[in-house]
Design a protein around this ligand. Structure first.
Ligand code: PEP
Length: 252
């Protein structure tokens, strides 16, 4: 049984004061959070510590949006896995399409970041997904295959078991265009097939695969009804306490 995991990616939104307010509202709205689902908040780096202080006695967990693969050193502007652990993170998003598009991240940097995160005991949330152009050229499976093969190269089976994969079609992120539940599930099933091929059946059946791309309170139920969708990565709708709460409290 894969426990659904719902992650809010706040991107470059919320000052630390605003982050604290949103985290407090969510802790209040989610006092009845049951352990049949996992909830993770990913504020910007400057909000991590303050959000951790608010959520640390609740079941809500903390994640970061990025990390550098080195432990320390002359890497101006970067943050290491150890630094994320130090402020209370247990998860980290790796290879989000905005990082790949605007900050030149590749499958190879994603791979290095996964090892760095695992080394510190952080759970990597590894993002994959095709652009609209790639989908229209029928290249979706090819792109996903390469992202999984190159991104996860060298991981042992037990390391792979600690990952969460987020399938985020780039054309659905922040656009209001959600993939249909069937479109999303088709790719999730394909990712499980790839995990079985690159690792084994246990890895394929146990890894959680989230969907991301314009998830809202009105589409969460149909997405979560799909057999290979094990949670969601939420951008825009995670910035509002009421809409994120509705998403978290979805009923099957
Ligand atoms: C995201 O940031 O990963 C995302 C899916 O954003 P949105 O929900 O706004 O499409």
């Amino acid at each position: 049984m894969r426990r659904p995991v719902i992650v809010g990616n706040w991107k470059m939104h919320k000052t630390s004061t605003e982050a604290e307010e949103l985290a407090k509202a969510l802790v209040n709205h989610l006092t009845d959070l049951t352990d049949d689902r996992e909830v993770v908040l990913c504020p910007p780096f400057t909000g991590l510590k303050v959000v951790f202080e608010v959520i640390k006695s609740s079941p809500i967990k903390l994640g970061a949006q990025n990390l550098h693969w080195e432990k320390s050193g002359a890497f101006t502007g970067e943050i290491s896995a150890l630094m994320l652990k130090d402020v209370g993170c247990s998860y980290v998003i790796i290879g989000h399409s905005e990082r790949r598009t605007y900050f030149c991240e590749t499958n190879s940097t994603v791979n290095k970041k996964i090892f760095a995160a695992l080394d510190q005991g952080l759970i990597p949330i590894v993002c994959v997904g095709e652009t609209l152009e790639e989908r229209e050229k029928n290249q979706t499976f090819e792109i996903i295959e390469r992202q999984i093969r190159e991104g996860l190269v060298g991981l042992t089976h037990s390391q792979a078991l600690r990952l969460i994969i987020a399938y985020e079609p780039v054309w659905a992120i922040g656009t209001g265009k959600t993939a249909t539940p069937e479109q999303a599930n088709e790719v999730h099933t394909f990712i499980r097939y790839l995990l079985a091929k690159n690792f084994n059946e246990t890895v394929a059946s146990e890894i959680r695969i989230q969907y991301g791309g314009s998830v809202r309170p009105d589409n969460i139920k149909s997405l979560m009804s799909q057999k290979d969708i094990d949670g969601v990565l939420v951008g825009g709708a995670s910035l509002d306490a009421d809409s994120f709460t509705k998403i978290v409290k979805f009923k099957e």
